[in-house]
Design a binder for this molecule. Structure first.
Ligand code: PSV
Ligand code: MN
Ligand code: MN
Length: 392
């Protein structure tokens, strides 16, 4: 254990420094290719998205950072956006590039056969780095949508070489205190091959780039039955787990509320995290959400999400590690499993409500938000204008 002494008396003490980053796009309207259901009071611009994110932090104390997406969240003055966020009690977190909404990128962006298009995609990341410097963000987040749809369409090998070169240019443009976070995804928008389909590919590129290149694990980006907690353990072991994109999946990249489909999986992930002390801020793992709220209310959806992550973390902190180790070393299969299940089955809701109350936060953030009148106020104020969100 490297955590401070109070952890021994209060097993949940580490929660005091545990935080979760929320995505600006969670507050905008999104949907499927069939329908985007609009909601009243949806933010019309990045300022209003930040304001909504500020509410999540105000009612939970858990979400002090907001990820932004460029160009969705482009504003004339990013210094002002960061200062506006600070006034609302939050800061700008990771800056996400966008390589999936430009006609030029039909055959790829950082891997495109055309060097001119690759240069354009690299230049977009230089622009994102400028945004980071204006906002105080330290994480450049790249999800690469590149891939192919048909065998033979392009050389799989050449695409990796182009990617390595493009990433090198981007990495070399980062400063010593900035990180490049590379996300992987098994499929979509292409369906034969993706250029960064898995953690191994992301890790190989990160290892080649340098110390400040890290992998992002999006919980929705794997094949069904993948043991995600194993990947978490392995990336931590390699010192390359940079961030999470938390969400829940049932079928594809569903982006549902984290912990809703499989709270036990979330607990298992947090158990590996806590086992390697990676829940502590100095670990450098950025716990982010990547979710879209298609039919549910967005701010309450985010509140529920951060509470779910906190709850899973609390249960992971309750694992009796000495008993677990003893059972493991004794070869006590069911005993070891039982230690884990005891923690998972502990109802921590009261304990967490007590902690919130002690910190001057509402015991029940969802109810407090509902009673605050914020939703009705913004529904009345935010009329007209273009609604912001996925694809805006
Ligand atoms: C697309 O799959 C995606 O959901 C990725 O997970 C990114 O993190 C996110 O969009 C934002 O670009
Ligand atoms: Mn993601
Ligand atoms: Mn995704």
């Amino acid at each position: 254990m490297t955590s401070s002494t109070p952890s021994h008396t209060d097993p949940l003490a580490d929660l005091d420094t545990f935080s979760i980053e929320v995505p600006s796009w969670a507050y905008g309207n999104s949907g499927t290719r069939f329908k985007v259901f609009t909601t009243q009071g949806t933010p019309r611009d990045p300022w209003e998205k930040i304001a909504d994110a500020g509410q999540v932090h105000a009612f939970t104390g858990l979400a002090p950072r907001v990820s932004i997406h460029i160009p969705w969240d482009a504003v004339d003055d990013f210094v002002e956006l960061a200062s506006y966020a600070r006034d609302l009690g939050v800061s700008i977190g990771s800056v996400n590039s966008n390589l999936f909404q430009d006609d030029d990128y039909r055959l790829g962006s950082l891997t495109n056969p055309d060097p001119g298009i690759r240069a354009k995609a690299v230049a977009h990341h230089r622009q994102c780095l400028e945004v980071m410097r204006a906002t105080g963000s330290k994480d450049l987040k790249i999800w690469l949508p590149d891939g192919t749809n048909y065998p033979g369409q392009d050389s799989l090998r050449d695409r990796q070489e182009r990617l390595a070169e493009s990433l090198r240019e981007i990495y070399d443009a980062t400063a010593e205190d900035e990180r490049l976070l590379l996300e992987y995804k098994i499929f979509e928008p292409y369906f034969y091959s993706m250029d960064v389909p898995d953690w191994g590919t992301s890790l190989l590129h990160c290892l080649a780039l340098g110390e400040r290149a890290k992998v992002i694990l999006d919980t929705g980006h794997h094949a069904p039955t993948t043991n995600i907690e194993f990947i978490v353990m392995q990336l931590l072991r390699a010192g390359r787990l940079g961030a999470f994109d938390f969400n829940s999946r049932n079928y594809g990249d569903d982006d549902l509320i984290v912990g809703s489909a499989d709270p036990f999986q979330l607990f298992r992930i947090m158990h590996e995290i806590v086992s390697q002390q990676a829940h502590l801020p100095e670990s450098g793992v950025n716990f982010m959400l990547d979710q879209c709220h298609n039919i549910e209310e967005k701010i309450p959806g985010q509140i529920r999400s951060v509470l779910n992550v906190q709850q899973a973390t609390a249960k992971a902190l309750l694992v009796d590690r000495e008993a677990l180790l003893a059972a493991q070393q004794a070869g006590d299969v069911l005993g070891a499993h039982g230690v884990l299940m005891d923690a998972y089955e502990t109802d921590v809701r009261g304990l967490l409500a007590d902690r919130r109350e002690a910190a001057g936060l509402p015991r029940d953030p969802l109810r407090a938000f509902a009673e605050s009148g914020y939703a009705a106020r913004v529904a009345a104020e935010r009329v007209g204008g273009t609604q912001a969100g996925w694809g805006a």
